[in-house]
Design a protein. Sequence first.
Length: 209
Amino acid sequence: MGPKERREREREEIRGKILDAARELFASEGYEAVTMRRIADRIEYSATAIYFHFKDKEALLKELCEHDFAQLAHQFTAMDALPDPLEKLRVTGLAYVQFGLQSPNHYRLMFMTPHPPIADTELRKGNPEEDAYAFLKEIVTQCIAQGKLRPELTDVDLVAQTMWAGVHGVISLDIAKCNDDWVDWRPLMERAEFMTATLIEGIRAESPP
């Protein structure tokens, strides 16, 4: 490896440390409360070094959101080959919960931490390969087109947002409960599977008696 390649690798490693520290701090302390100096202190770098990589906190947030939302969308691509859209809807919901379970800091920042909006164009809004919500809407559209849902359910956004709210409730409750032993919690994926099955039974065209 030559000097140029070594410098580039070191640069990417530093950017990765900055992003990881920022994500953790934004999620735990809130976006507004965290400063660039606070992020620099976390990784024991100078604030000047942070500004060499990111011009301000907003730029840092934008890169985090672009990366994390794209990562979530890409996690769904394996479900796209499933022929039954209702089954695709079910396994996508479970994959969403798995993402939150495996990457809680990512999830906290994306869905549980207030922060300024990020420009839609930067997040490639509407592209199912890059936009997880667009992917979800595409599945619901397929369900409606194939007559899989109750006939009165024609509002794609309403169905998609209701499904999203259900699985979000499962994973966000698990993240936020902080090992609370007041409740005898059932296993997370058991609750997630029950939630997705219950939601799908509520919207499908023909439910078994």
